[in-house]
Design a binder for this molecule. Structure first.
Ligand code: AMP
Length: 238
């Protein structure tokens, strides 16, 4: 049996980091449907163009198209022994499709891992995230006061909300937010969408006896350890 893992959690719960850990540790590809769609940007055909429009509008791509794109990816040879899915399924119809597809391959979902994070912390992780333009090191305004200095600077005419001015203490480099993290309303919208679409799925997988929850407020290493325990137990049981 392969290792077919679904990773769920609100934005900021550390899904990307943990998906990479699972991928490296178990030698299975990390498949994000959002990444698959983004990779189609360079294609010129009608379907690719339609997908870019849908993504830009913030809506979900249809189940039919999403399932076909995923099927293509699952049929690649590197996915034969399992995959770590991130951003899929997004609703019960996709979960049903996946179950059927895996059944047709003589496989099943091994485990569904939910990274649990309270929503206020999720908000602070996104809203506080800053980095310098020339480094990948990410800091957080609310959690990294040892390494960074920051304050709010009022707009001279107070026509705009105060601006964050942040610097890395060690180098004096200035740190900035990602544009989509600077908009508190957009972060709340993403959290709301997550609650609407993902919560019913969590119940779906809980009832199927496949769901395990991990406290995502622990350190990255502790979350990875907990995930390893879940996957090892689930693969023994299946
Ligand atoms: P993500 O990177 O997972 O946030 O996905 C970015 C965008 O891709 C979403 O806003 C949707 O438009 C689309 N997308 C990704 N995964 C799915 C999915 N499973 N079903 C439908 N649309 C998706």
């Amino acid at each position: 049996m392969g290792l077919f893992i679904i990773l769920m959690g609100v934005q900021g719960a550390g899904k990307g980091v943990q998906a990479q850990f699972i991928s490296n540790h178990y030698g299975i590809p990390h498949i994000s449907t959002g990444d698959l769609f983004r990779a189609m940007k360079t294609r010129e055909d009608e379907l690719a163009r339609r997908i870019q429009q849908i993504m830009a509008s913030g809506q979900l791509v249809s189940d039919e198209v999403t399932n076909e794109v995923l099927r293509d990816r699952l049929e690649q040879p590197d996915a034969a022994n399992g995959v770590i899915l991130d951003g899929y399924p997004r609703n019960a119809a996709q979960a049903d499709w996946l179950a059927e597809y895996l059944k047709s391959q003589g496989e099943t979902v091994t485990a569904v891992i939910m990274l649990k994070l309270d929503l206020y912390t999720a908000f602070k992780r996104a809203f506080g995230r800053v980095k310098s333009a020339d480094s990948d090191k990410v800091y957080n305004l609310f959690f990294d006061n040892e390494a960074i200095e920051w304050h709010y600077e009022d707009h001279p005419q107070e026509e705009f909300p105060p601006r964050v001015v942040a610097t890395e203490k060690a180098t004096g480099k200035s740190l900035v937010r990602r544009p989509d993290d600077a908009n508190a309303g957009a972060i709340i919208k993403r959290i709301d969408t997550y609650l609407e679409t993902t919560m019913p799925l969590i119940e779906y997988y809980r009832q199927a006896g496949l769901l395990s929850e991990v406290d995502a407020e622990q350190s990255i290493a502790d979350v990875s350890e907990a995930i390893k325990g879940i996957i090892e137990k689930a693969s023994q049981d299946s």
